[in-house]
Design a protein around this ligand. Structure first.
Ligand code: PMP
Length: 307
């Protein structure tokens, strides 16, 4: 999806013009993948103005990712949360995708460098439905990838690091080359892991299951949102290993992510789900978007107004 540029980017404590937020070719992260980032959204809500959704949880995950790779962040969680609000407000955005990224910068080569300094930037720009408006309504067609997700004990799947997205790129490009909207990765043991940029939920006979943290998934914040909303609606959600063939018996499948929000899956490997009108997914999707229209009560304090 093309980037729609705006005026300003937050960079190491100040707002800089969009076009000048550049970096040196010997930046550590370009060579070794040493970046950690977040993908967040701000929504125009009916009742609380423009709000960053689950700002704190995203920035806490950024700190966790940075910790695993020993990337120092020179700011507090609260300071980065404030910068996220500021970058949306100062660009006059009413809804936005927000991309904080911390990366090891220019200074020293070698993967174990401790001298390369951390560069922290936060961009915000308009971004519609990641898997398309039609996909949001009618579901998307996905395929299981021939590429496996990284195995536990190799590269940590549970942190959001730039390098992890080499796996996502292979999974997603293969799917798109073959005419699908998105690809699903299996874990090292052949059970279902997640989409290239989305967590996965499978509904069979009213039972909602999603792969556990150990299935090489990113512990999605939308995944957590959906679990809580589903519980409020009276559905139990179980974390469980999912064999590939269970996808082909599913009544409904949906994917979640900050970019993908709550997107129904219409078919997997050309086999249509049993209930392509998505009765349960629809309830969950409505509850999710209801957070922004005010129809779903935000009892968790997930909406963080920018003003
Ligand atoms: N898995 C992967 C690989 C992702 O990139 C994302 C998007 N960040 C997700 C799952 C969903 O995570 P979240 O709901 O926190 O955006």
């Amino acid at each position: 999806m093309p980037i729609q540029d705006v005026d300003l980017i937050w960079r190491n404590g100040e707002m800089v013009p969009w076009a000048s937020a550049t970096t040196h070719v010997l930046t550590h992260a370009i060579h070794y993948g040493t970046s950690v980032f977040e993908g967040m959204r701000a929504y125009q809500t009916k009742h609380k103005g423009v709000c960053v959704f689950r700002n704190r949880e995203h920035i806490e995950r950024l700190f966790y990712s940075a910790r695993v790779y020993r990337i120092n962040l020179d700011y507090s969680v609260d300071e980065i949360m404030q910068a996220c609000r500021d970058v949306v407000r100062e660009n006059n955005l009413t809804s936005a995708y927000i991309r904080p990224v911390a990366f090891l910068g220019y200074g020293e080569m070698g993967p174990s460098s401790t001298a390369a300094k951390t560069d922290l930037a936060i961009a915000a720009f308009p971004w519609g439905a990641y898997l398309g408006e039609d996909g949001m309504k009618n579901g998307v067609d996905v395929a299981v990838s021939s590429w496996r997700r990284m195995a536990p004990g190799t590269v940590p799947a549970g942190v959001k690091a730039g390098g992890n997205y080499l796996s996502s790129r292979l999974v997603s490009m293969e799917a798109k080359d073959n005419g699908y909207a998105e690809g699903l990765g299996l874990s090292h043991d052949g059970t279902v892991s997640e989409g290239a940029g989305e967590n996965l939920f499978v509904i069979t006979k009213g039972r909602i299951v999603t792969p556990p943290a150990a299935a090489s998934i990113l512990n999605g914040i939308t995944r957590d949102t959906v679990v809580r909303l589903a519980n409020k609606l009276g559905f139990e959600v179980v974390e469980q290993n999912i064999p590939r063939e269970a996808l082909y018996a599913a009544d409904e499948i949906f994917m979640t992510g900050t970019a993908a929000e709550v997107t129904p899956v219409r078919s997997v490997d050309k086999l249509t789900v049993n209930q392509p009108d998505f009765p349960i997914t629809r309830q969950i999707q409505n509850a999710f978007f209801g957070l922004f229209s005010g129809e779903t009560e935000d009892e968790w304090g997930w909406l963080d107004p920018i003003a």
